[in-house]
Design a protein. Structure first.
Ligand code: CTP
Length: 408
């Protein structure tokens, strides 16, 4: 909530005293609060207390020349991130539902382009009256948010729904409204990789020894999958070519499941052209040379010789491919002299960037949720602090989007 701005309209009801605490709680959380006090509201709380607690002048009058000179009412209605009406009386709800604008509060509600959160408080019969319920239904259709009213004993002696929500519940509702806005903004903004195609490999490869045995490694696929998900969130068209992993396919990406290095290479080549290739898979360097169709049996001749042959290097192949993506990114999983090995791989495999990481047993990276990476490129080495693999993914996507924009 820190840094957010609330315009708080205080209506006339006994619950108005609670808004003084609401202002205090919001300010404690770094929210700046401007207040508008209706004529009726001023019967319950004073402008002086609201001004003192909010640290801002209180606005009361639609036709105040002083107020208008400082901040016009249209600007006032739009300068906040959220408009909160507390207590929202039956009268204020009726005005807002019908678009009346005959005082400062109702005019602001009509003029604002921001979300409005109503915090109703009134006598139980007033709340249950069909007219109020019609107005509430209309306001909900108009996209107005509500918190409360609560059930309970009322100042007028009656019992039932109509009590204003407790202050901390209002704070929670305000926080939820901010989050809703942030999500909506994220969805509206064109992603930083919108219109780009990204191919990512992830997980280990399995190289068969016979129909029941295989050579594999400990890669969990967590980092590659997180990058695929972050790229998809950034608006990219993502193809994830993944080896056998125990984690689900990321949301919003096309996933092709493969087992061996050769299958992985085939799926990547079939997916070209692309703007970015990221080889996050731990591709097995070797496979068993001769395919064994029957299960190997123990025999008098002792353990079989596997006769390993080298697998194709997918990263090097894509770096020198006819359809080479603009950016080719590899990983370097090392257990010692991490950066030096990564620099050698960058040269040898002719890629643009190597994400080097320490995968020694004590690093806890293999299978874990965190990673410490070093970005190695021709222009130098960038050391990133230890962070969640999802955070590495997000930061990497932002970095690659920037490189693409700069013409890589
Ligand atoms: N890679 C690949 N194809 C292979 C082997 C590796 O595409 N057959 C890619 C990986 O996806 C990674 C990068 O090359 O992006 C480096 O992988 P790594 O296993 O660290 O390096 P290797 O080239 O296998 O070298 P070494 O095992 O000797 O460290």
């Amino acid at each position: 909530m820190d840094g957010k701005r609330v315009l708080l309209i205080v209506g006339g009801g006994i619950a108005a005293y609670k808004v003084l605490d609401l202002v205090r709680r919001l300010r404690e959380r770094g929210v700046s609060v401007r207040t508008v006090l209706t004529q009726a509201g001023a019967q319950f709380v004073t402008p002086l207390s609201l001004a003192s607690l909010s640290g801002n002048p209180v606005h009361t009058d639609l036709f105040s020349l002083t107020d208008e000179a400082q901040m016009g009412h249209i600007e006032l209605s739009r300068s906040a991130d959220l408009v909160v009406v507390a207590p929202a009386t039956a009268d204020l709800l009726a005005k807002a539902a019908n678009g009346l604008a005959n005082d400062l509060a109702s005019t602001l509600l009509l003029a604002t382009d921001k979300r409005v959160l109503m915090v109703p408080a009134m006598n139980v019969r007033m709340w249950q009256h069909p007219a109020t319920q019609r107005n509430v239904a209309q306001l909900q259709r108009d996209g107005i948010l509500f918190v409360g009213p609560d059930d309970g004993a009322m100042a007028c002696g009656e019992f039932g729904p109509g009590r204003m929500s407790e202050v901390l519940d209002i704070v929670v509702a305000i926080d939820a409204a901010f989050r809703m806005q942030a999500r909506a903004q994220q969805q509206q903004a064109p992603g930083i990789l919108a219109g780009k195609r990204v191919i990512i490999t992830s997980g280990p490869t399995y190289e068969p020894i016979d129909p029941v045995r295989y050579i594999a490694n400990r890669s969990s696929g967590k980092q590659g999958h997180a990058i695929a998900e972050a790229a998809a969130r950034a608006g990219a068209d993502v193809l994830l070519v993944c080896g056998p992993v125990a984690i689900p396919d990321p949301v919003g990406v096309t996933c092709v499941h493969v087992e061996s290095a050769r299958e992985m290479l085939g799926a990547v080549e079939a997916g070209l052209p692309a703007d970015i290739y990221i080889g996050a898979a731990a591709v097995a360097d070797w496979r068993v040379g001769t395919a064994v169709v029957e299960k190997l049996k123990k025999g008098a001749s002792g353990p079989p010789s596997l006769g390993l042959v080298e697998n194709p290097d997918i990263l090097a192949t894509i770096s020198t491919h006819q359809k080479r993506p603009v950016l080719v990114v590899g990983f370097a999983a090392e257990t010692q002299t991490v950066v030096e090995h990564a620099q050698a791989k960058l040269k040898k495999k002719k890629c643009d960037l190597i994400i080097a990481n320490d995968v020694s047993a004590q690093s806890g990276v293999m299978g874990g949720d965190e990673n410490t990476v070093h970005l190695v490129s021709k222009s130098g080495v960038d050391h990133w602090p230890r962070m969640a693999k999802t955070a590495v993914a997000q930061r990497l996507v932002e970095h690659l989007a920037k490189l693409l924009k700069e013409g890589a």
